[in-house]
Design a protein around this ligand. Structure first.
Ligand code: MGD
Ligand code: MGD
Ligand code: MO
Length: 758
């Protein structure tokens, strides 16, 4: 095997002029400079479109270029001039396309026509949208509702998501797996139980009021670059920033804002004051340690623990305090990998802080103990009274740009009580009461032939899911798979017996219906709902917007629906204001939706904890007691985390480079500590066989093998390893997921490695 990679040291600083140069290069390749400037000028502006990248909120005052390198890549990737037409599918058989990489598939451009793959055929063939809707609705009517699942990826707008929620509930199922199941589900489950709302509690303005910010299990330099501006501003205002991460990620070292010449000249400003190199999966123990150290400080520092807040607003302190005190330091330091003095130092920092924010992302959510770890962080915020006041609170940093909004709109396996009541009273839709299947359960049900059809609103179900080979087998068991997509990906190739692609408009494009230009709405990571309207000519004149597609499918499916008050699907397809009027009637918090969303910058959804109003059953925030649990590795095993490179958006790979980590020209690497390499007689560049191990609850042992990765010596803590998502997904067991949230543990996979035999 030849190693095509070129490796260098990690970048010392994030963004800077290099980011501008890369953006221009990407523009040249995809859209040309003129088109690029046109589309980028509208990104994240109050009258423009919401960047289809991450869910980081927009600041109140916007600059002319309110986007980052990676947002620009997502925008330019969507606005490419390349097209995947019916001729493309006539030229390329499915077998031929299966041999191509995700990167190649994405590079072919935007899909322009609805396509169908009929049973046993080698090629997709074109059909009209309406013909596709009748094939799909006939199939759906031939199945029982519980035999069908509807997947949503978090780029879908509120309007599309709400229409899908109506369609599925009327059809009769709660089977609504989504990308959130693979992502921040652990945060939602943890925070709902602790605070009564499964969302974060901070506002963007809190960053400049904070004294201490923990950035836990997050790589904002690559995945939320605009967050670096907020961290920089926080730091300029005196905040201390602590990165808790096994890796020293470039964006958390130094940041040079591309629009600030002074910062560029100085090579950037420092971001993190301290790097806490926790062991992979050691965060629950680390926060237990911080809480323990704070309790120990209390006699000499009465404000270290906020007893007034605890007494007035919370429940459960006694059991939790007892548990924290009883956890031995020895266990805490062993499981977290962080020395006691360092943990005590963090507690002292906390005691001096005027307000503390805890930010986190996938480094915390994708472990078996994720819910408990997040609740340990929440316990910390409650102990210190860092909740519902300026410069303090919980900040789960969401992934996809509208993943939070999709949940609010009803993309969930169970619906909240008020939503169910309103659906019934306002729209005469009786939502099914059986909870639906999440992503992991859907894959299992497909494999068991219990799910016969999967319809996906965006995303790449196959490559985003764990256990790739098993998921392939499961998908192939389906009778029908349908995808509403902008670009080609592997989920279009590994399909049910019949497969349909319904291409759609992207965020960047003008959505014109018979009722004029439409706009959609989204909700960012901090609960602000605002509008999004593209400014580019559509990739093809016949492309439909996502809301139109779902509504027209609704019209085809409920053709014979003549009940009084039946939904006017065809009218909804043409007029998104009418969809928003329905949202207002069903989803709490959306009063005067059409009016308020037209205010520049949008409006904020209700969020109780911001006012110390906790919507738990008792009305009090809950301290949650848990035992420390860390995944045990056996002798010779490493704990593998799968991460994103700097040049991908989830399963969409832009290039094979990861500039900040110094990896170029390949993604097929396993980053390992030099000591671990040496102990195995391995060196950088060696081809590897990687085997993952899983022990089921009944003691049954299982393994998976992945070939083709190359070893690379990197500053990874001994005992752990890093590989890229989605290449490493075949190693993740479907049954290995977080307790209670069922989020696959993509950040704690037990592996062994050996040199690949020739
Ligand atoms: N450009 C770009 N932007 C994106 C995305 C993208 O792919 N590309 N994806 C979007 C989506 S959907 C999401 S969810 C977010 C993801 O954003 P992130 O969560 O930042 O993404 P990951 O690459 O999964 O990085 C996880 C980080 O957690 C660390 N980590 C791993 N295990 C542990 C652990 O046990 N403890 C701690 N403390 N840290 C750990 C890793 O070293 C890494 O720095 O980004 C969103 N934004
Ligand atoms: N091993 C491992 N696995 C992971 C993760 C990990 O960290 N490690 N992270 C998980 C996370 S956090 C997430 S969120 C999931 C992501 O899971 P998904 O959301 O399912 O995957 P994406 O790669 O974001 O989906 C990309 C596809 O979406 C389609 N698309 C893009 N834009 C649009 C649009 O505007 N409309 C429509 N209809 N389609 C569009 C394109 O066809 C594109 O190919 O992956 C998860 N899987
Ligand atoms: Mo995500």
């Amino acid at each position: 095997m030849r190693d095509n990679g070129r490796y260098g040291p990690p970048s010392p600083s994030a963004a800077g002029l290099k980011a501008l140069a890369v953006t221009l290069e990407y523009a040249q390749k995809n859209t040309g400079i003129v088109r690029a400037l046109h589309v980028l000028s509208s990104a994240n502006q109050k009258s423009g479109f919401d960047c289809p990248g991450c869910a980081w909120p927009d600041p109140e005052s916007r600059t002319l270029a309110e986007f980052c390198e990676n947002g620009a890549k997502a925008i330019l990737d969507e606005s490419t001039r390349k097209r995947v037409t019916a001729e493309f599918f006539a030229q390329h058989s499915i077998e031929d396309l299966k041999g191509k990489s995700e990167r190649w598939l994405n590079e072919q451009g935007r899909i322009t026509e609805p396509m169908i793959l009929r049973p046993g055929k080698a090629h997709y063939e074109p059909l009209s949208y309406s013909a596709a809707f009748s094939v799909i609705s006939r199939a759906l009517l031939s199945f029982a509702p519980e035999q069908v699942a509807f997947y949503t990826s978090g780029r879908a707008s509120n309007e599309a998501a709400f229409l899908l929620s109506l369609l599925t509930r009327k059809y009769g199922t709660n089977n609504l797996p989504d990308c959130s199941n693979l992502c921040h589900e652990s945060s939602g489950v943890a925070l709902k139980e602790s605070l009564g709302i499964g969302k974060g509690t901070v506002r963007l303005s809190d960053f400049t009021k904070a004294g201490l910010i923990f950035v836990i299990g997050q790589n904002p330099g690559s995945n939320h670059p605009r967050m670096l501006t907020s961290l920089r501003d926080a730091k300029r205002n005196g905040a201390t920033i602590v990165s808790i991460n096994p890796l020293i990620e470039t964006g958390l070292r130094k940041f040079a804002h591309p629009q600030e010449p002074a910062a560029l000249l100085q090579g950037g400003e420092d971001i993190s004051d301290q790097f806490v190199r926790v062991r992979v999966n050691g965060d629950q123990a680390l926060f237990r340690g911080i809480n323990k150290a704070l309790l120990a400080l209390e006699p000499n520092c009465p404000t270290c623990i906020d007893r007034t807040f605890i007494k007035k607003y919370t429940e459960g302190i006694d059991g939790v305090e007892e548990k924290i005190r009883a956890t031995p330091w020895e266990q805490i330091t062993k499981e977290s990998g962080v020395p006691q003095e360092e943990i005590e130092g963090l507690a002292r920092l906390s005691s001096q802080s005027k307000g503390t924010i805890c930010c986190w992302a996938m480094g915390l959510t994708q472990h078996q103990n994720a819910v408990a770890a997040i609740q340990e962080v929440t316990n910390y915020l409650l102990l210190t009274g860092n909740m519902g006041r300026a410069g303090a609170g919980a900040c789960p940093v969401r992934g996809h740009s509208n993943v939070q909004g999709d949940r609010t709109m009803g993309i969930a396996c169970t619906l909240p009580e008020p939503y169910v009541k309103n659906l019934d009273s306002e729209l005469k839709i009786k939502a099914p009461t059986t909870p639906g299947l999440d992503t992991v359960a859907t894959i299992l049900a497909m494999a068991n032939k219990k799910i016969r059809a999967l319809l996906s609103l965006g995303g790449n179900f196959l490559s985003a899911s764990p256990d790739t080979e098993f998921t392939e087998i499961a998908l192939a068991e389906c009778d029908l798979t349908v995808q509403i997509s902008t670009k080609l990906n592997r989920s279009h190739l590994i399909t049910g017996k019949t497969a349909i692609i319904l291409p759609c408009l992207g965020r960047t494009e003008i959505d014109q219906t018979s009722q004029g230009k439409q706009f959609v709405t989204v909700e960012n990571s901090m609960g602000i709902v605002h509008s999004s309207q593209g400014n580019l000519k559509p990739a093809h004149r016949d492309l439909k917007g996502e809301p139109t597609i779902i509504a027209e499918l609704g019209a085809a499916l409920f053709l014979s629906d003549s009940e009084a008050g039946a939904l006017p699907w065809n009218a909804l397809a043409q007029n998104y204001d009418a969809v928003r009027d329905l949202i207002e009637r069903v989803v709490p918090g959306f009063d005067s939706f059409n009016k308020r969303v037209r205010q520049p910058g949008g409006f904020e959804l209700p969020n109780g904890p911001r006012q110390r109003h906790f919507t738990t059953v008792s009305g009090k925030a809950q301290f949650i007691r848990s035992s420390l649990s860390r995944i045990e590795v056996e002798k010779g095993e490493l704990l593998l985390m799968t991460v994103r490179s700097h040049d991908q958006f989830n399963t969409t790979v832009y290039t094979d480079n990861d500039r900040y980590r110094g990896v170029h020209g390949t993604r097929k690497v396993l980053l390992m500590n030099a000591r671990d390499l040496k102990a195995r007689g391995l060196a950088s560049g060696d081809p590897l066989t990687v085997t993952s191990h899983h022990t089921a609850s009944d003691g049954q042992k299982d393994k998976r093998t992945l070939h083709g990765l190359v070893a690379l010596s990197y500053d990874v803590p001994a005992g752990s390893a890093v590989a890229y998502f989605p290449e490493a997904n075949p190693l993740i067991f479907l049954e290995s997921f977080a307790a209670r949230s069922r989020t696959p543990s993509s950040k704690s996979i037990r592996i062994t490695v050996s040199r690949e035999s020739k």
